[in-house]
Ligand binder design. Sequence first.
Ligand code: 5RP
Length: 219
Amino acid sequence: MTSDDQKRLAAEAALAFLPEGGVIGVGTGSTVNHFIRALATRRDAITGAVSSSEQSTKLLQSVGIEVLDLNEVAELAIYVDGADEATQTLSLIKGGGAALTREKIVAAVAQRFICIVDESKLVPQLGAFPLPVEVIPMARSFVARELVKLGGHPVYRQGVITDNGNVILDVHGLSITDPESLETTITMLTGVVTCGLFARRGADVLIIGTPRGVERLDR
Ligand code: 5RP
């Protein structure tokens, strides 16, 4: 079974968490694309969706799901999104698709964060995947120097501008033993919009597609 098949399995399993009516949050990436296509078969179950990226907005609209502005929505029962890495304690690295800031905002609003991944994303410790950090463009070099002081090797993601008009530094070589503390430290650096650590608000449910079927971890 390919990793894409595993992503599809996890995405389809997330349909079980759909609320009865209301608006849901939808993330970004290839696993979420499977979720959106599966959601299209159940679109009457929800009022609409808040999207974490222009890319997901287009796909949602193309399958007939209304996309709402987060400012018009008082609550989201669930947020469904993928991850680049996940631990058994449901801390995540996200942002491989450069949508980390909007993803973190929508996750913050949602009552339950349902994370959908293939088996390769489950790791004993975060950090083999370079940590994405969204940075205000004029602060790029300053933030890069500060990240070096934290033991990382930041690499400017050339040619990528986020939906918010910012740039991404991918930080290699971090040993992430305390994800919550590192999330706080990096987020506090002047010029950083946010980082791809989702530890202070990690997932509530992790659905893992595997060759043996779907497995689930709960917070
Ligand atoms: C985008 C993300 C994605 O959730 C993450 O990159 C996983 O992507 P995929 O489902 O394509 O493996 O954080 O910013």
